[in-house]
Structures are given as C-alpha cells and as structure tokens.
Write a protein that binds this ligand. Structure first.
Ligand SMILES: [Zn+2]
Length: 357
C-alpha cells in the first residue's frame, strides 16, 4: 500500500485482452470505432483486434480497477466538491451501463485517492499509475475568465478524463497512442482527448469512441467485464451521457449495481446462528474481513473486501469450510456466512456455497 493507492496498476500478461467476451465480429466493431480517424480514437486499437493485445509499442496500457471490477475512489481534492462526486461517477457508470466507478468514504476501501498537488507545472490533472493516485494541480488552472459554473464543469471534465485513464482508457485524439490532436493543438469531442469547456457549453458528453474504448479497456481488468453493450444497438449514435452542474442527463439505462459490501445492524442474540456446519464453496464471490463491529447491533458497519474465492493465487472454489455463523443483510433475500480461513475469520454471501446453510 502506498499513500495514495491501495490498488497497483494492472495489466494482463503480455498486455493480452480477454477475448472470450465478444464475438470476433463484435470485437472488430468495437476496435474499429475506438480506432477512430485522424483526430479521434487511437490507432493502437487495431492491435486489440489483430494481435489481441492492449499496448502502445511494447508498453502495456494499465488500469487501477480492483478485483471486484469497480474503480473505488476516495476524494481528497479541493477541486472536486463532495456534491459532485456521484454525478462524476455516474457519468462513467451510465456509459458502461452498470456500476464501474464508486466514491467511498473510507480511504482503506479505495483503489486510489484523488488529491491536490501544489505548483504550476502546466499540467491540470494526472493519472500516475505508480501509487501516487489521481492528482489535480490547482495552481496550474488559469481560467478566471470563465464563470464559476464553467470553471467547476471544466474541473470535473478533468476529473472524468483522469478517471477514464484509471479505467484503462488511453488518449483518444487520433493516430499513434491517440496523440494527433494534442500534437496539432486541436480540441475535440472525446472526453479522453484534448477538450475545452468553451466548445461544450452544454456539458461533458461522451462519444461513441470514448464508449468503445471503455468497453475494450474492461477486457484488460483484473475482472474483465462486458460493458456499454448499447454500442451494438442500431440507434447507438443517438445515445448520450452528459455531465453538467453536478448532474447527469442521459437516455441510457443502467443496471442496478451489484452490492459488494455488506453491513448489518441487528440484535446479535436474535440472529447468531447456533449451528456449526461444513459446506463447500461452489462459486466465485467476494470475501470480506470479519470485524465484531459489523454485528455489534449498534453501528452500521460496512465490511472490507479482502479478496474473492476464485482468485487464482488463492483459489478456494471446491474448498470445504466450517461455517461459524449466518447473518442477514439489509437485503432480506441475502445472507452472509462467516467462516474460518486459516487464522482469519472471513465472510461472504451464502450464495457462494453449494447449498444453503
Ligand atoms: Zn489524459
């Protein structure tokens, strides 16, 4: 763990993609869109299709998305108002069609931290990929000629752009590594390319190129995901997501998010399971640290995720475990089991087991 990131930059072995998620024709369609033209997209997407790699030259594009497939951010930047957080996350969530970005209130639960660094170095924001988190440079901003509202929207465009990098999306300004537009000092429409608030008074809007690049980046995450499937619909070009003034306007729908945390507040004596039994782990589910305050009956405490049962480095599917207790969650259909794993006590959703406890 570093000061500003709990999750290390990740790329798959040799920069490979998971090519089991789309058909060949779908992958071709996505990579063609993300390839773009002279001043949008990125020519490296051709290699995603022809070589099944996500690379610029020999260097692999990486991301900071955790093992659960959601980028969890902790906000410690004065440039990002708390009230704007959920709309900033929802910009990408709506492009994805499901939750891929979440702001968390506990720094330990985050993949990386958004924070400010002093000094005017000509850079507005940065994604470091090296443990230094997502950086905003307040002293580099010289936009006093804009209204306060425009200024904030411009800041948020930068935050959204840098989050896009954390999701694994490279620059989308056209040509090699998506750098044509920047080299020609041109602004465009892609959130992941050079962008100016002056050209976009109606807000920060994704393009099909941004969306296709996200869908491809998600094939390189620790947990590869199928996202933004609306791209394949006939009316994809009419779909939009717009961030403006701490809100999101969209005609895209979003699947309800999968709850990755659990917490309970109940009378311990009523709930604790008296049964000790053995069960087998049958499915890939998240694992959480067990802490007594999660069930103290007074506080609502959310469990910290510490891994998942299908982790190839510590594979637990097929393992028989001793169940110590069963707990309800705030979703009446969902229960959590607590079990011993070596010296530690962990919890996971009961649905991970071969049969109910
Ligand atoms: Zn950038």
């Amino acid at each position: 763990m570093t000061l500003y990131a709990n999750t290390l930059a990740f790329s798959r072995a040799d920069g490979s993609i998971d090519d089991s998620i789309y058909t060949d024709a779908e992958l071709k369609q996505l990579t063609t869109i993300a390839y773009g033209d002279q001043f949008n997209g990125n020519a490296n997407f051709e290699r995603v299709y022809t070589e099944r790699v996500y690379k610029n030259g020999t260097s692999k594009y990486s991301n900071l998305v955790g093992a659960d497939g959601v980028l969890k951010l902790y906000n410690d930047s004065k440039m990002l108002p708390k009230a704007a957080e959920s709309a900033v996350a929802d910009f990408w969530n709506h492009v994805a069609g499901e939750e891929v970005v979440r702001f968390v209130n506990v720094v330990e639960n985050s993949d990386e931290v958004i924070h400010d660094v002093a000094g005017d170095n000509g850079v507005l924001g940065a994604q470091t990929y090296n443990g230094n988190g997502l950086i905003m440079y307040p002293d580099s901003w010289h936009i006093d000629h804009l209204t306060a509202e425009q200024q904030e929207n411009y800041h948020m465009a930068t935050v959204i752009h840098e989050i896009g990098h954390a999701l694994g999306i490279p620059h989308l300004g056209g040509g090699n590594d998506g750098t044509n537009a920047a080299n020609a000092v041109r602004f465009g429409n892609e959130v992941m390319g050079p962008w100016s608030i002056l050209d976009h008074p109606d807000g920060i809007q994704n393009t099909l190129v941004d969306a296709a690049a996200l869908a491809i980046a998600a094939l390189t995450w620790r947990k590869p995901r199928k996202l933004a499937t609306w791209i394949f619909s006939d009316n994809a070009s009419e779909k939009y997501v717009i961030y403006k003034n701490r809100g999101v306007k969209t005609n895209l729908s979003m699947k309800p998010s999968v709850k990755n945390d659990w917490g309970v507040k109940f009378d311990w004596n009523l709930i604790q399971s008296p049964i000790v039994t053995y069960r087998t782990i049958a499915k890939n589910y998240n694992l959480y640290q067990f802490e007594p305050e999660q069930i103290d009956g007074k506080t609502y405490s959310v469990a910290k995720q510490v891994g998942y049962t299908g982790n190839p480095n510590q594979y637990r599917i097929g393992m028989t475990i001793k169940i110590l207790a069963v707990y309800p969650t705030d979703d009446p259909r969902v229960r959590v089991v607590r079990f011993k794993d070596g010296d530690e006590e962990l919890t996971m959703y009961e649905a991970a087991l071969d049969q109910p406890v």
